[in-house]
Design a protein around this ligand. Structure first.
Ligand SMILES: [Zn+2]
Length: 319
């Protein structure tokens, strides 16, 4: 009997040497390690063909991998991020690729490629307040291709919220089901004048998975969407437990900058300021408990552009 109640027969690994290490990871022939939860999730997928399952694990290196990259930068008045401050900030727009249990999830989509065209309606509508920069090689599809991932193969696209700098690249992963909090979707659809959202970003024909609270994306507790409303009506953040047992919290705009969290400095515009302050307190508690926080637009956490094409490995695969 192995960890988690699995037997050699269940594993169906033939001649592959396997063992459980001190951290509780299952090793397959020394090349791949999985937590018991991940293995269980995978086994359910392949349960009728255990031999094929074992081969698939080895062939596909089905381990948790999280990569982050910037899908554009916005230069704007810093007073829009921290109330009362003056000056300009060049803010990165991060997006993330999570590969886990044989599936792919993208969290946030960055800027729409149209912002590159100064004559486009999208560029003109944003130009008074934002200087949008989306260098060649940095839109969502180009970032994914740099990860050797076909944008058309992405299965899930979870958006923290529906502001233009998080949803603009959604169409570049057009086969992915959109995962969003129901309250966020309803608020955006109701904003027909585009006061808060950009109506052109909303694809009402798209395959939608509307959430009413927390959601365990892969059913094994490793990747969870957490409601963090306050910045917008239905904002959500993504909590990832990596193979080494660490936690990453992809905040989205629940908090723009590390400095915001340190000083509890809210932006001037929020859907619900009290709720956002409560979210700040939750983020502080998660960080105190050991989670690594990645903020919504913090220039100190990301390589600077405009020509920087680095991808940031946030969670190394256990090999
Ligand atoms: Zn944003």
């Amino acid at each position: 009997m192995l960890a988690g109640g699995w037997t050699d027969r269940d594993l169906g690994c033939g001649d592959v040497r396997r063992y459980v290490d001190a951290a509780g990871l299952l090793h397959f022939g020394g090349s791949v390690a999985l937590t018991v939860e991940t293995f269980t999730a995978l086994a359910h997928k392949y349960t009728k063909q255990p031999d094929l399952f074992a081969v698939s694990i080895r062939a596909k290196n089905l381990v948790m991998r999280v990569r982050g990259f910037c899908c554009g930068w916005l230069t704007a008045d810093i007073g829009g991020l921290i109330e009362g401050e003056s000056g300009r900030i060049r803010a990165p727009i991060p997006a993330y690729l999570i590969e886990h249990a044989g599936s792919t999830l993208v969290f946030d989509a960055g800027l729409h490629p149209d912002v590159r065209d100064v004559h486009s309606a999208r560029h003109r509508s944003l130009a008074p307040d934002f200087d949008c920069d989306l260098p060649k090689g940095t839109d969502l599809s180009e970032r994914l291709e740099a990860c050797d991932v076909d944008p058309a193969s992405i299965e899930l696209l979870a958006l923290s919220h529906l502001h233009f700098d998080h949803t603009g690249g959604s169409g570049l992963v057009g086969n992915a089901e959109l995962v969003i909090q129901r309250t966020e979707w309803l608020a955006a659809v109701a904003d027909v004048d585009g006061q808060t959202y950009m109506p052109a970003d909303l694809d009402i024909e798209r395959s939608l998975h509307l959430l009413d609270g927390e959601w365990d994306v892969f059913g094994d507790g490793r990747v969870r969407l957490l409601p963090t409303a306050g910045h917008t009506a239905g904002h959500q953040s993504l909590l990832v437990r990596t193979d080494d047992g660490g936690e990453l919290l992809l905040c989205g705009d629940a908090c723009y900058l590390r400095r915001s969290l340190q000083t509890l400095a809210l932006p001037p515009h929020a859907f619900d300021r009290d709720a956002q302050l409560e979210v700040f307190e939750r983020l502080r508690r998660l960080e105190s408990a050991g989670a690594r926080l990645l903020f919504g637009h913090d220039p100190e956490q990301w390589p600077d552009g405009p020509d920087d094409d680095r991808l940031v490995e946030l969670s190394g695969a256990v090999l």
